[in-house]
Write a protein that binds this ligand. Structure first.
Ligand code: IPM
Ligand code: MN
Length: 369
């Protein structure tokens, strides 16, 4: 059996708590001989800053390059609000994305039937929802230069962020979206602001060209990003795959996540290109939710997005489809059985904390084994 080199970066806030539940699932898979892992662990975000003054150390970066896949918890928190911008916790995550060239961020928003009532939208609008947001992750306004705040002579200040896209960046993310659509319901909505932004204009052009040259069997629609946001809350089930830039993808994926009931439910994958020699695709998996400092350390956090991120790693990086299926089925089983953390709790259900949800997932895995 192949041994998978997995790097765990629990990070800040609720990151370590939800990662602890993932470790129990990893142990279970190892013990049962379902999959085999070589685990490394390191610090990222504020935790790394506190230990070495950087949001990720060079040693941790080296481990990241050596790993078959990375699982990351969350970064950030008020404790680090005043640290130098260059070394803020988020910079550790952004460096991982950029240096490993993880350009394709897959954020599925799937509404479990058992949770349709936890959504802020009506049950009939979200029941059966299955949208995949494909977010460009290494370009756009997140990384464009100049990125500055300067003092002006009249006492005013000027802040600049720069949105840049080159055609190759749009082309490769469009290909990922079209290829994934072929494995789903064969429909892509591409979203940008070509009515205001040059990058939007180029985005629309390049996506259309990629479609015309290689993917005419996939249905393609262009929507302006504001309208797409509106459609997401008006009639979310019209969407299959949404492909968009780094910033719009950040915003739209939080919206899509909340449609499913809770931010605590959704995993994500950030994938790079395929390396020529090894044939390996660099990959980092993380929950869509953040560090949630308000509930950190209290054992309240929902570990499902984190455990679901392990399932995505098994599926996309390790080809362990059976193990991935087992975990996803266990999560669905736990929800169908009425077990709920606070974020998805409703009357009449069994309320548990982080470890309690971990217990329930393990019990479900045992039951099915
Ligand atoms: C996300 C987060 C990050 C982002 C932050 C933590 C830098 O919100 O992964 O969606 O903006 O990309
Ligand atoms: Mn975000």
């Amino acid at each position: 059996m192949a041994t998978h080199k997995l790097l765990l970066l629990p990070g800040d806030g609720i990151g370590p708590e939800v990662m602890a539940e993932v470790k129990r699932v990893i142990d279970w898979l190892d013990r049962r001989g379902v999959a085999s892992f070589a685990i490394e662990e390191d610090l990222v975000g504020g935790a790394a800053y506190d230990s070495c003054g950087l949001p990720i150390s060079e040693e941790a970066m080296a481990k990241a390059f050596a790993a078959d896949a990375i699982l990351l918890g969350a970064v950030g928190g008020a404790k680090w609000a005043h640290v130098n911008y260059e070394v803020r916790p988020e910079a550790g995550l952004l460096r991982l994305r950029k240096d490993l060239q993880l350009f394709a961020n897959l954020r599925p928003a799937v509404c479990y039937p058992a949770l349709a009532d936890a959504s802020s939208l009506k049950r009939e609008l979200v029941e059966g929802l299955d949208v995949l947001i494909v977010r460009e992750l290494t370009g756009g306004v997140y990384f464009g230069e100049p990125k500055t705040i300067t003092d002006l002579s009249d006492g005013q200040k000027r802040a600049i962020d720069t949105q840049i896209y080159e055609s190759y960046e749009i082309e490769r993310i469009a290909r990922v979206a079209f290829e994934l659509a072929r494995t789903r319901r064969n429909k892509v909505v591409s979203t940008e602001k070509h009515n205001v932004m040059k990058t939007g204009l180029l985005w629309k052009q390049v996506v259309s060209e990629v479609h015309g040259s290689s993917f005419e069997d996939v249905a393609l629609e262009h929507q302006l990003a504001d309208s797409c946001g509106m459609q997401l809350v008006r009639a979310p089930k019209q969407f299959d795959v949404i492909v968009t830039d780094n910033l719009f993808g950040d915003i739209l994926s939080d919206v899509a996540a909340m449609l499913t009931g809770s931010l605590g439910m959704l995993p994500s994958a950030s994938l790079g290109g395929v390396e020529e020699v090894s044939g390996r695709r660099r990959a980092l998996y993380e929950p869509v939710h953040g560090a949630a400092p308000d509930i950190a350390g209290k054992g309240l956090a929902n570990p499902i997005a984190m455990v679901g991120s392990l399932a995505m790693a098994l599926r996309y990086s390790f080809g362990e489809l059976e193990a991935a299926d087992r975990i996803e089925a266990a999560i669905a089983g736990v929800l169908a059985g009425g077990v709920r953390t606070a974020d998805i709790y409703s009357e009449g259900k069994t309320r548990v904390g982080t470890a309690g949800m971990g217990d329930a997932i393990l019990a479900e895995l045992d039951k099915a084994a």
